[in-house]
Design a protein around this ligand. Structure first.
Ligand SMILES: Nc1ncnc2c1ncn2[C@@H]1O[C@H](COP(=O)(O)OP(=O)(O)OP(=O)(O)O)[C@@H](O)[C@H]1O
Length: 556
């Protein structure tokens, strides 16, 4: 059996994003209603100028009714766009998290936790304004200017020309800035991720940093990161301000050109541009009212231009995360739960860690009987933990196959319990650290604590929290907690295969004997594979398997 060690999932941006739909069109529709509103206002002004006031109340009512309809359309469009954007972000986050969960915890190419958390939790939020604000406005900027030119052109080609002259300059300029803005935003986000990763790492290792007097160096490095982030943020802001300023300038010039033309034309000084005729006050007024709206979507677009740059940079970061680098674990539907201990069979298994030049295991074959208790022994670095990780399905073998009760490790992952060498303790109570959010029967956590002989620890900490990373617990207590986790199982998911990685390492003989006793009690009637250097623990097993670099031999 051969697994791909590096699976790159290529997805196009369109595949992961909702397509522009009705919600994106609603603001455009609302803006188009300004045309009849402007016409009614122009007609009212024209009528008032010639002394006719009869139609005025109806025109005013029409303007108000259209205004109310526009407000409703705007609100509906904003709500629908926002909902669609949040749903799209949830899907993207779920895909990125699924990829993270499917990656091997042993892979050194795995992204740093701080950077992954920064992208998925913080930077990903930039996708919402991009989808909810930028896209509807881009849609409006495509439709509204064309419609306005089409309406103005039959009245006055000169006014339409004045509008058209300034229009192409704007998208051209924005495209030029857009390339620069996206690169700058991407650099800012990368720096943010790096700073988060650095901070998280250093916070985790605070005790080591303090213990070895490396705080000054760490503070200087954090300062450098913060300074780089400040510079990159300022670059993004500079571009955002510059875009706004330039667009305001061009739209002001465009409106001014139309106003000057219409004004002088009505005064009789510029007698051209109206197809050989003369614009009436109503027509001139109508054109004047439309001119600012012609530029409005462009100005709105400039206001949300940095949303685009940030949103696309965040999308790119999420998509890299979703495509994922490094080893991906095979997924398989879980095998049905069984109350019988499984046999474990390794058939010609070879494995080399990514980036390592030599394999850790080479063509290793091994049979462990159902219910057997075995100790795997080897010198330090001999591959014991790697072997347990392969059986646990935490990493796929390069060659060969592993069967647990005839199934693959991926199918059996839910039916085994892993007692790791360096268990992670979360900030929370002992009971929360044992249940890990699993659906345990009532009292299961307390029973597991008793089975793992944690009465003294439980009495000391009660239902109070223990610190992240196990602060407040001794090394032996952390091991017992790890044992209790393995013992506490959902009622319908008994773990009939226990994998223990050096469960007595660094313990004094008395504590080691207590932990061994608890482990053996937990493993009664189950298959137990333990990696150990401890001869006392090994002697209590049914068999000792000695690993050597080229394979294995039974030593007893
Ligand atoms: N995630 C990893 N990426 C790359 N190399 C690794 C990784 N984990 C372990 N190794 C290397 O693989 C070899 C076997 O490591 P492993 O942890 O399996 O040995 P071990 O027998 O459990 O050692 P110890 O008794 O010291 O715990 C070592 O040379 C180690 O440096």
């Amino acid at each position: 059996m051969r697994h791909s060690r590096s699976v790159h999932v290529q997805r196009s941006r369109n595949e992961t994003l909702p397509q522009a739909g009705g919600a994106d069109l609603l603001p455009s529709l609302s803006s188009l209603l300004w045309l009849p509103q402007a016409l009614l206002i122009a007609m009212a002004v024209g009528a008032m100028a010639s002394g006719h006031f009869d139609a005025l109340p109806y025109q005013a009512m029409g303007v108000l009714a259209l205004g109310a309809l526009r407000a409703w359309l705007d609100a509906l469009g904003a709500r629908l766009s926002f909902q669609a954007a949040r749903a799209a972000l949830t899907d993207l986050r779920a895909a990125a998290l699924a990829r993270l969960l499917a990656s091997s915890p042993l892979d050194r190419d795995r992204q740093e936790s701080g950077a992954a958390a920064s992208i998925i939790a913080e930077q990903a939020e930039a996708v919402v304004p991009y989808l909810a604000r930028f896209r509807p406005i881009r849609c409006k900027a495509t439709i509204l200017p064309l419609v306005i030119v089409a309406v103005v052109f039959p009245l006055s080609w000169a006014a339409a020309l004045a509008l058209l002259i300034s229009l192409p300059v704007i998208p051209l300029f924005m495209a030029l800035i857009g390339w620069r803005a996206e690169a700058t935003s991407r650099a800012q986000m990368v720096e943010l991720g790096q700073m988060n990763a650095f901070l998280l790492e250093r916070l985790r290792g605070l005790a080591t940093i303090r213990g070895l007097g490396a705080t000054a160096r760490t503070t200087a490095a954090i300062h450098t990161h913060a300074e780089t982030l400040r510079e990159k943020t300022m670059a993004v802001l500079r571009i955002a301000f510059m875009t706004s300023a330039v667009l305001e300038l061009f739209s002001a010039l465009g409106v001014a050109m139309v106003a000057v033309y219409v004004g002088f034309h009505l005064l009789g000084d510029l007698n051209f541009g109206a197809w050989g005729g003369q614009l009436s006050l109503t027509q001139g007024m109508f054109i004047l009212l439309l001119a600012p709206h012609f530029f409005e979507p462009m100005r709105e677009l400039s206001a949300v231009w940095h949303d685009r740059a940030n949103g696309e940079a965040a999308l790119a970061a999420l998509q890299i995360q979703i495509a994922g680098a490094g080893t991906q674990l095979p997924s398989a539907p879980p095998a049905p739960a069984s109350p019988t201990a499984p046999a474990v069979h390794l058939d010609q298994v070879s494995f080399r860690h990514s980036g390592a030049d030599k394999p850790v295991l080479q063509a290793l074959s091994l049979k462990i009987a159902a219910g057997e208790h075995v100790a795997i022994m080897a010198p330090s670095g001999g591959g014991k933990s790697t072997l347990l990780a392969l059986i646990a399905g935490l990493v796929p073998p390069d060659q060969g196959a592993i069967y647990i009760a005839g199934q693959t490790p991926a199918q059996m992952r839910q039916h085994m319990a892993w007692i790791g060498q360096d268990p992670h303790i979360f900030a929370g109570t002992l009971a929360q650290n044992i249940s890990l959010g699993r659906d345990l029967p009532p009292g299961a956590a307390a029973q597991a604590m008793a089975d793992a002989q944690m009465q003294r620890v439980a009495a000391l900490h009660g239902s109070g929290p223990i610190g992240e990373g196990g602060y407040g617990l001794s090394g032996g207590e952390v091991l017992r907690l790890s044992l209790a986790r393995a013992m506490a199982r959902p009622a319908d998911h008994p773990a009939m295969l226990l994998l223990a990685d050096e469960p007595t390492a660094h313990l004094d003989p008395t504590t080691a004997a207590e932990v061994t006793h608890s482990l053996l009690r937990a493993a009664k009637g189950k298959t137990l594979i333990t990696a150990t250097h401890d001869p006392v623990l090994a002697a209590k097993m049914d068999r000792i398997i000695q690993l050597d670099p080229i394979g294995m031999e039974d030593a007893a």
